[in-house]
Design a protein around this ligand. Structure first.
Ligand SMILES: Nc1ncnc2c1ncn2[C@@H]1O[C@H](COP(=O)(O)OP(=O)(O)OP(=O)(O)O)[C@@H](O)[C@H]1O
Ligand SMILES: [Mg+2]
Length: 1004
């Protein structure tokens, strides 16, 4: 485990759990600082990843890094966002449980960047087919589009998410990402019409103006100058050094295409964006307070871009439809009312288009394979971070409420439930103090009494409700709440820093003053009916989907913005609770977006409100393992004679006896009311002991060491090990799954390289059969791809070699030497054969030629000859003469010895007058020569391999004998007994110059 870590990784501690002085906040921050200075931005608290925004590009997100984290245990490599991504992925696959990764931290802390890194990690490391690649591309490309329309430069972050995003990535059973789904949360629509000083509108407006082609801008009636647009000048910040709107425009345009937007849709989308800018420039004037539009330039563009009637639009922007005594009347608006009607329209158009965009992306990401409905999910939550500005309004109220809810979820899942269990079990336990922010969540969301309820009440009640009456109502209702203050209720010191139209909430993350102006309007989020009607008549296809005519006939008042938001958050909590969570806690190192600056005060504040110290203390003090007594006894009773086979007394006493017998010291464990609790540190010691005594090999031991830092898994592992020989059961399923998983991973990394590579990892007993199937499949696959790649010549070569093997393998001594040497098409070139011979052969095609030695039938004199194989016969040639022709049809058989010599006899019928008896020949390439004869003459089964001697006819019924004896050198001579004696020497390897090495075995 340590081997993968470099010296750099060991700066400070990479898991705060290892911090000696773990209760000291100073030590905690010092560790963060030390690592941050070395660009080590990630550190763990157990399984929680703490990430400090480096504000600079680090070389830690390359493909190599991704590979390093792939399939590796969490603690084997240095902390990284990829480790969290990989861990969730593996848990999803092995434990078959949906996962979610919750990324939190204040605005600018790096949540969106972290979520993008995770997505990239899956896109690169997960298996992919062509279809999956499309999904991966779309998942990745959804980011620039959503950021263009939903992110903006704020004082806190140049690319601040102004909407919440929860994204499900769906994986099929092979672990390939096959789909996705995004849920968006409350977009900060007010930004469309107003921006605080130093902030911008949504990126897309600037991208279009800066990057849009001349033609496009002309068609949209836009100028390449953001200063011309009222909706872009409020923050007085059209240019941002860290943003290149022009190149971002190109990225977005391309991304829209990848996601599946056709040209018409892009055009209609841009028409809407442009029309919002034109709406902002609609100027009002008018007498007697009645608003009228002073110039119709904008209206002309708007009519065209929105696909509506200009006159009807003009009227709707200056009048309000009222119903008096059953009659519809158009009542003129004053200047202020008309401006806010116009702004309401801009916000509604933009907001609804944004939702349409998310739906469109979802349609393009939808998993469409009907044949396989089941998929697993990893959810990514990247939502706006806690934020405090000089001027905080309804939007900050919603954003910060959302962060309270997420903090509450974190507490519920990590701190509270853990401690509650210790308490319920009566475990002596020094409770870790933490701030439970439920009290603030209640203050905001409680039915009837919470701030949202009071706000809704003011919005809905008849009469002269206003932002001020809302503030007064708040003072009356929640005035006594410890986390609520107003100017009126505050002490002298606080009063100095609060406006009379503000209320202050003491959030878990700090105090925020909210200005009530605009709360009612924003919560009502109303759009005059006649404006809605105009939009419902739009010819723009996107707008017709955004403004549904049914809405006009629906008499029910829609839920207020805050109530809708509250409901969507409640749903989000449900989604998150149903999944296995992982946490990334992002920290912002300074307020000036600078690399290398570690602002200790700012960081201490975040460490505090993120509850990281409490998180660490619970983690350190906690018990890694707990089991109900009956379960514990049942599983481990066999380790102690007193508890085996059955314990008769009280369960708690049985467990106490068992652990005493196992040598557990009192400080190693605690006995609760119904469960035993075991500390992680001591568990390590015990587990090592268990491993030493029962582990089979060193690898398992090493593996256990790694696992110690994953405490919950450790015990399951050991338990599984004990039950490993039993049928699959709840006790061993984790272990068996792990064994299977690790064998498959090992196999994956060590597959044979080519068809000759016979290596194969030894499978665990349970996988012997599966392993054998896999081995065969793998071999078939390699053979298949090998065969696919071979040339016709090579195929021919292999066919001949196969025949040679069939004839000679294990039968003739010099066969093995012949194996690696290639057979050639001929051993004699055209010029080696006398032209007269070639002439005599006429049209007969020559298939093979080789120099041979012929032994006379009588004196066994050796004569140099050539053996030519044609399509119909074997011809023996002496210089220019065809000495003998043996038709294949007449060839009775071929004899050869089992030794290493090259002698062979061609047997011909003795009654054939044309033939003068059998022919005794010798070839330096006997295996090749005989294989060629066997193929040409179709006599594969007529080759006799003899031991000792060969009999042959010497014409007129006389018999000759060749005796073979082994020796070191070939010696052929007539023996005294009249036989031909052959001392079989080694063949002549130097003659076989072409070797198989020239044709490397094709690897898979
Ligand atoms: N891992 C990182 N490496 C390099 N730069 C980073 C990293 N994380 C964040 N940054 C920088 O910080 C900026 C802000 O990060 P990001 O947009 O992710 O913040 P956020 O937490 O999503 O904020 P908000 O709540 O406002 O949306 C990024 O635009 C980038 O410049
Ligand atoms: Mg963000």
């Amino acid at each position: 485990m340590e081997s993968a870590l470099t010296a750099r990784d060991r700066v400070g501690v990479q898991d705060f759990v290892l911090l000696e002085n773990y209760t000291s906040e100073a030590a905690f921050i010092e560790n963060l600082r030390k690592r941050f200075k070395e660009n080590l931005i990630y550190t763990y608290i157990g399984s929680v990843l703490v990430s400090v925004n480096p504000y600079k590009e680090l070389e830690i997100y390359t493909k190599n890094h991704m590979e390093r984290y792939r399939g590796v245990n969490f603690y084997e490599v240095s902390p990284h966002i990829y480790a969290v991504a990989d861990n969730s992925y593996r848990s999803m696959r092995t434990e078959r449980k949906d996962q979610c990764i919750l990324i939190s931290g204040e605005s600018g802390a790096g949540k969106t960047e972290a979520s993008k890194k995770i997505l990239q990690y899956y896109a690169v490391t997960c298996p992919a087919s062509e279809q999956v690649q499309t999904v991966k591309d779309r998942l990745l490309q959804s980011n620039p589009v959503l950021e263009a329309f939903g992110n903006a430069k704020t004082l806190r972050n140049d690319n601040s998410s102004r909407f919440g995003k929860y994204m499900d990535i769906q994986f099929d059973f092979k672990g390939a990402p096959v789909g996705g789904h995004i849920i968006n949360y409350l977009l900060e629509k007010s930004r469309v019409v107003h921006q605080n000083h130093g902030e911008r509108n949504f990126h897309i407006f600037y991208q279009l103006i800066e990057g849009g082609e001349e033609d496009l801008l002309r068609r949209l009636g836009l100028e390449r100058n953001p200063q011309q647009y009222q909706y872009l000048v409020k923050g007085n910040c059209p240019k941002v050094s860290s943003i290149n709107d022009r190149s971002d425009w190109k990225v977005v345009r391309k991304a829209l295409t990848v996601i599946g937007f056709n040209e018409d849709e892009v055009e209609e989308l841009l028409n809407i964006i442009a029309s919002v800018l034109h709406l902002g420039n609609v100027q009002y004037g008018g007498e007697e307070g009645n608003a009228c539009i002073t110039s119709d330039t904008q209206i002309k563009y708007l009519a065209r871009l929105l696909g509506v009637n200009g006159t009807v639009l003009t009227e709707a922007l200056t009048h309000k439809k009222i119903i008096a005594k059953g009659e519809e009347l158009m009542s003129p608006l004053n200047l202020e009312q008309a401006s806010s009607a116009r702004d309401a329209l801009s916000k509604a158009v933009y907001g609804r288009t944004f939702t349409w965009l998310v739906n469109k992306i979802n349609a393009s990401l939808a998993y469409t394979d009907d044949s396989y409905k089941h998929y697993s999910v990893i959810g990514l939550l990247d939502i706006y971070g806690f934020e405090v500005f000089q001027h905080n309004s309804f939007e900050q109220f919603c954003i910060n409420y959302c962060n309270e809810k997420l903090q509450q979820l974190f507490i519920e899942l990590t701190l509270k439930s853990e401690q509650e269990e210790y308490e319920a079990e009566g475990i002596t336990w020094e409770p870790v103090q933490y701030f439970n922010n439920k009290i603030i969540c209640d203050l905001v969301e409680e039915k009837f009494k919470g701030i949202i309820s009071i706000l809704d009440e003011e919005c809905l009640r008849p009469g002269d409700a206003s932002d001020t009456t809302f503030l007064e109502k708040l003072e009356d209702t929640v005035g006594g709440h410890p986390h609520f203050v107003t100017h009126k209720l505050a002490d002298g010191k606080t009063r100095k820093v609060m406006g009379r139209d503000e209320f202050r909430l003491l959030h878990y993350a700090g105090e925020v003053n909210y200005n009530v102006n605009g709360f009612l309007d924003k919560n009502n989020d109303l759009l005059f009916r006649n404006l809605k009607e105009v939009m419902c008549m739009s010819e723009n296809k996107i707008l017709t989907q955004c403004f549904d005519r049914e809405e006009l006939s629906d008499k029910k008042r829609p839920d207020t913005a805050a109530t809708q938001f509250k409901a969507s958050l409640a749903k989000l909590m449900e989604i998150l609770m149903s999944k296995e969570p992982s946490y990334v806690r992002c920290i912002k190192p300074n307020d000036s977006k600078q690399a290398g600056r570690f602002d200790e005060v700012l960081i201490r504040h975040q460490v505090k409100y993120l509850g990281l110290m409490e998180n660490l203390r619970v983690r350190r003090a906690g018990f890694a393992y707990r089991r109900r007594y009956e379960v514990f006894l049942q599983r481990y009773k066999s380790l102690c004679p007193d508890t085996w086979p059955n314990w008769q007394g009280k369960l708690a006493d049985g467990v106490a006896t068992l652990v005493k017998h196992l040598g557990y010291k009192p400080e190693e464990y605690k006995l609760g009311r119904s469960k035993i609790f075991i500390h992680m540190a001591w568990l390590i010691t015990n587990t090592i002991t268990a491993a030493v005594t029962c582990c089979v090999d060193c690898d398992s031991l090493k593996f256990l060491f790694k696992l110690f830092l994953l405490p919950c898994l450790t015990f399951r592992f050991i338990k599984g090990f004990i039950y490993r020989h039993k049928e699959r059961c709840p006790e061993n399923e984790y272990f068996l799954d792990y064994v299977r998983y690790s064998f498959l991973m090992k196999l994956h990394r060590n597959l044979p390289k080519n068809v000759l590579d016979k290596s194969w990892p030894t499978p665990p007993a349970a996988l012997t059969e599966a392993s054998e199937h896999l081995r065969k499949l793998c071999m078939q696959n390699m053979v298949w791809s090998y065969c696919k790649k071979i040339s016709p010549e090579w195929k021919h070569q292999m066919e001949q070699k196969m025949i040679a093997s069939e004839i000679f393998k294990d039968k003739k001594d010099n066969y093995p030497q012949s194996v690696p040497k290639l057979f050639v098409s001929t051993r004699l070139n055209g010029e080696d054969i006398n032209p007269k011979v070639l002439q005599a052969l006429g049209t007969e095609k020559m298939k093979y030629a080789v120099p041979v030695t012929k032994y006379d039938r009588k004196g066994y004199k050796a004569r140099p000859r050539q053996l030519l194989l044609t399509s119909s016969s074997a011809v023996i040639v002496e210089e220019a003469k065809l000495k003998q022709r043996i038709d294949y049809a007449a060839l009775k058989g071929i004899s050869v010895s089992s030794l290493s010599d090259g002698l062979f006899v061609l047997h011909v019928p003795s009654d054939d007058n044309k033939q003068k008896g059998d022919v005794v020949l010798q070839s330096d390439h006997v295996i090749e020569t005989l294989t060629k004869i066997a193929i040409c003459a179709d006599k594969i089964n007529s080759i006799n391999i003899n031991q000792g001697s060969i009999k042959f006819t010497v014409g007129q019924g006389k018999e000759g004998i060749i005796d073979f004896t082994p020796g070191s050198e070939l010696l052929v001579a007539k023996a005294k007994n009249g036989h031909l004696s052959v001392v079989s020497g080694l063949s002549h390897p130097q003659l076989h110059s072409v070797s198989l090495q020239r044709f490397p075995i094709v690897s898979k």
